[in-house]
Structure formats: C-alpha cells, structure tokens
Design a protein around this ligand. Structure first.
Ligand SMILES: [Zn+2]
Ligand SMILES: [Zn+2]
Length: 165
C-alpha cells in the first residue's frame, strides 16, 4: 500500500513538473512567434543599425581639415568630448552647421535625445526616435526575462532528472 501511494505521489510530481515545463516552453514558443509577427509589422521598431544609417543619410560624415573651419566662427572643438578636432578625423556635420566627432555624436544620439548637443535642433523626426526607443526597451526587456525563463527551465529539468533517475 505504501509503495502504491509512493508511486502515485511520483506520478503526481512527474505530471506537475511535466506541465510546468510544457507551459514554460509554450511561453517561449509564443513569444518567438509574436516577435516574428511584430518584426514584419508596419509599426516595427527601428534597430540600432537602421537608426545609425538614417542619421548617416541625413548628416554625412566627412574628414576634418583645419582649412575647412567654418567661416561662421563655430567652435573647432567637439562639444561632446571637449577636445579639438584634428586633421583627418571623422566628423559629422549637422543641418544646424554644428560639427562633432562621428563617434561622439552617434553615441550621444543613441543615449540622449536625437538632438544637436549644442543647439538642441532635431536631428531625426520624432517618430523614428520613438521607434528606436521601442526597439531598445524591447531588447532589454526580452534579454532579462528570457534568461530567467531558461534558468528556471534548466533548474526544473535538473530537479526532474535528479528525482527520477
Ligand atoms: Zn568628440
Ligand atoms: Zn546645433
């Protein structure tokens, strides 16, 4: 009799663990599908690569030449890193005529708002910035919870194996 109830308890635990794993795997599966759907949707978020490409299209990069310092008397130092431009350095000129190091400005535009660090002129349309932020938020969100889920799954699998082998 004791053996029977033990067996029943085993079966019960086994079923419970099995369904928990099934549900978790289902969650991961459904999430991967919704990811694909939202990727092909019209309002899809803009990836970092696309975002930088858009910046590049509207504000091309050029090499800095001392002789080319703008006649309007704009600063010859990068307002982001506060160092002077050197000949041959990659710089990006915005529509407002402000010049920054390409790398400094690209980092700034990704972290801060998509505006000129000096005069706050808009570099990209608001809707593009919103979509890019969406992509970034999604990324951090998914990375975190997927890792947790996978950890939980492996813990469950490990528990299951230890118990029944
Ligand atoms: Zn700089
Ligand atoms: Zn500016």
């Amino acid at each position: 009799m004791a053996a029977l109830s033990q067996l029943l308890a085993h079966i019960y635990t086994m079923t419970l663990v099995f369904f928990t794993i099934l549900i978790l795997e289902l969650v991961i599966f459904v999430r991967s599908i919704t990811d694909t759907i939202s990727d092909s949707g019209r309002g899809r978020p803009i990836t970092t690569k696309q975002y930088l490409k858009l910046i590049d299209e509207k504000n091309p990069v050029s090499r800095f030449k001392t002789a080319s310092i703008n006649p309007a008397g704009f600063s010859d130092t990068c307002a982001v890193c506060l160092s002077a431009f050197e000949d041959g350095e990659q710089v990006r000129k915005l529509k407002c005529k402000h010049i920054f190091h390409k790398d400094c400005l690209d980092t700034w535009l990704q972290q801060d708002s998509a505006t000129c660090p000096l005069c706050r002129n808009k570099v990209l349309p608001e809707e593009i910035v919103v979509k890019f932020r969406q992509h970034r938020n999604q990324q951090t969100e998914y990375e975190g919870s997927d890792e947790e889920l996978i950890f939980l799954l492996s813990a469950l699998h490990g528990n299951y194996i230890r118990r029944f082998l």
